[in-house]
Every structure is written in C-alpha cells, then in structure tokens.
Design a protein around this ligand. Structure first.
Ligand SMILES: Cc1ncc(COP(=O)(O)O)c(C=O)c1O
Length: 395
C-alpha cells in the first residue's frame, strides 16, 4: 500500500539529529554532547503537582485551549517576564510541547504556494511541516552575520508570496540570540507588511546576558506575531509535553479549531504540573541558566584554545563551532569523533545546508563529562592537524 502514501509525506525525511542518535546508540561508553534537553530533573515541587493532579482526579479532558488557570498563569508569566499582554480567554492555547504549537501555527496560516523565510542553519522542526502544508521554505544564509537573521538580510528575501518569517531565538543549534536593536529593525521592516512572524521563544528563559526581548512587544507587531513558548527547556519538562501559543484573537480562534481536531487538549496532568512551574516555579530557570552560562564559558574557552572558531553563544545550551579547517564533512567529522574519541556531537548538516562545516555541541551535561569530552576533542584535533601537516609538510 506504500504507493498510496501522500507524496508530501514520502518526501520528508526523519531528522538528521535522530539519524545520528541511532548511530550513536550502537556505541558503548560514549560521552554525549548531543542532548537537546536540560540535564536537570524536573523540580520536585512540579513533579509533586503532577502527582497531586492524579490524586485529585484531574484526569479527564480539559478545555480545548487548556485549563483556564494555566492559560492565565501563562499570560501572567510572559507579561511579567517579557512585557507582553495576552488575554487568557482568547489569545493563548496550551499545546503539546512547542512542537505541536509550531504545527498548528503553520497549518492555520499556510496554504499551497506560500513562502516561509527561515534563518539557516536552523532547528529541523519547521521545514517538514511547511512542506506538508504545500508551502516553500526560503532559507537565508546567516553564516556571515554570526547566525543572525538581520533586517538587511531579510529584506532581500521578502516577496509577495512571503506569508511567514520564522524567528527562532535564542537559537538551536547556534545558541545566539537577536539583539534588541536588530529586532527593532526587523519590526520596522515588517510593521506595514501583511506577513506573519512565528517567534519561537522556547529558550527565552535561557539568556545569558540582559533580558530576552520578543518581537511581539514592538509597536504593530503583536497583531501579526505568533509567539511559541513552553516549559520544556525552562523547567526541564521535555517529557511532560506542554507548550504555549500566543497570538491575536482573530488568528487564535482559527488555530483553536486546528488544535481541537488535532489533539482535543494537552494532557491534563501535565497542565497542572505546568501551572505549578509558571506560578510557584516562575524563577526556577535562573539557577539552571547560571549553570549553563558557566559551562558555555568553559566550552567556548576550550574551543578557542584549540584554535576552533565559534560564535560565542548568548543563550540556550548549544555551541556551533566551525570544523571547516579539518577538511571533513560535518558527518564524517562527527563519525570520526565518535569512533576514535568516543564523543558524540551532532553534525551541522542536521540543521540544513548552511550547517555543513560545523558541529553542534550541547552543554546540557555535567562538568565532568564536558571536561573529558573537551580533552578528547582536543586530542583528535591535534592528531588531525598533525596528519594534515605530514601530508603538506611545507604549508
Ligand atoms: C527551537 C526549538 N523549538 C521547538 C522545540 C520543541 O520543543 P518541545 O519539546 O516543547 O516540543 C525545540 C526542541 O528542541 C527547539 O529546539
């Protein structure tokens, strides 16, 4: 029956991250810097709230948009933290992780032939959904602008088919985030245009310096921006699968239909845990963020000392160094590192075409692992440099 499968589904592939994980799982005693999720446990008080939700029989369907208390808490949270005002009655949907929020956003706004602009390298969760909607991803090479989708770059790619621009900052895989003045320029560029912005802010609580700024807070932008957020990364709750979609009422009322027919509602038990996270645990991310920052400084400095260039991250828990000098594809480099040094990283090619020549290291792991992994990476790079010297002795 495979010949009857929707051709668009046949055309998409499982993510390069997943493919590499499958390969890594065949090796023993590997130090893994591949992890795309916090290495901390969900805080105990949040776990308890989930357990209590079961004891209190909160185990049935909830309102399609999510329990009212959680919607209210989510609106309060982003109002307190990022100065964004949304109405819990009509401008927020509790989704099954940020992932489902991204899915229902694209399915609500895209039709065949639309174009969606994305920075490249990019998290691989957008493109397949854009394609399933019959729209075309338009990639902007951000390698020359320290991985930032700047207003100057963006304006070259806007056409009358552009329906949406994806702003995923702080970024997976690069760890960089858009500075305030750049967001301001993008907002000025888009203010008078009928183009949506999908602002994926799932790492908003993990910003190392200054405050996270959202484009939706600039004049005229709330009306056209869909903000995606959630508790996966901020509260170490990836498995609980709770995300949030915020947007203007005239968009959200349509999105709610897609969400309703898709999943009815997010898991009731997880919603009660998320309620605890966003109220009592509103500042839980602060200590985790400090730890990520210390680890980032360590990894960045080690890479610098090895002569491996990277853009210094200012958020999330990733760094994206260039491995171009070693003359190997990112996949071959990652396999070599895995086989010879027993260190796993994600090849940059998993993050689209402009990720080639880079690797993604996640520092969502303990310091001991990081130190050992950096020592092993150093050994490998020294031996690769030595080999290339022997090959070209006069260079
Ligand atoms: C940029 C980005 N957006 C969305 C997601 C998905 O988040 P969730 O686990 O809440 O679905 C991830 C997960 O890695 C991510 O890196």
């Amino acid at each position: 029956m495979e010949h009857l499968i929707n051709q668009k589904v046949k055309n998409i592939e499982i993510s390069g991250i997943r493919k590499f994980f499958n390969l890594v799982s065949k090796y023993d005693n590997v130090l893994s810097l591949t992890i795309g999720q916090p290495d901390f446990s969900t805080p105990q008080h949040i776990k308890d709230a989930g357990i209590n939700a079961i004891h209190n029989d909160h185990t049935s369907y909830t309102a399609n948009a999510g329990i009212y208390e959680l919607r209210k808490a989510a609106c309060q949270f982003i109002s307190d933290k990022y100065k964004l005002l949304y109405n819990p009655d009509s401008e927020v949907i509790v989704s099954i992780g940020a992932s489902q929020g991204i899915d229902i956003t694209f399915r609500t706004i895209l039709t065949e032939g639309d174009e969606v602009i994305l920075p490249n390298p990019v998290y691989p969760g957008y493109e397949p959904i854009i394609r399933l909607c019959g729209a075309t991803p338009v990639h902007v090479d951000t390698r020359s602008s320290s991985f930032l989708l700047t207003a100057d770059l963006l304006k070259k790619y806007i056409t009358d088919k552009t329906r949406c621009i994806v702003l995923p900052y702080p970024s997976n895989p690069t760890g960089v985030t858009l500075p305030n003045d750049e967001i301001k320029k993008i907002a000025a560029l888009l203010k008078d245009k009928d183009i949506f912005v999908l602002s994926d802010e799932i790492y908003s609580e993990l910003v190392f310096e200054g405050e996270h700024t959202t484009i939706a807070s600039f004049p005229g932008m709330k009306e056209k921006t869909i903000v995606i957020n959630g508790v996966s990364k901020s509260h170490s709750m990836t498995g609980w699968r709770i995300g949030f979609v915020f947007g203007p009422e005239n968009v959200m009322k349509h999105m709610l239909k897609v969400h309703q027919y898709n999943v009815s509602c997010a898991t009731s038990i997880s919603q009660y845990a998320a309620l605890q996270a966003l109220t009592v645990g509103a500042d839980d991310a602060i200590t985790m963020n400090e730890t990520y920052k210390q680890r980032m400084e360590y990894v960045y400095n080690r890479l610098q000392a090895m002569g491996i260039e990277s853009v210094k991250p200012n958020g999330a828990f990733y760094i994206f160094p260039s491995i171009e000098q070693f003359g190997l594809s990112s996949f071959d480099f990652a396999v070599k590192l895995l086989e010879e040094a027993k260190v796993a990283v994600v090849p940059g090619s998993a993050f689209s075409t402009c990720g080639e020549g880079y690797i993604r290291l996640s520092y969502a792991c303990d310091m001991e692992t990081l130190i050992k992994a950096m020592d092993r990476l150093e050994q490998l790079t020294l031996s690769l440099k030595q080999k290339s010297k022997n090959k070209f002795p006069y260079v």
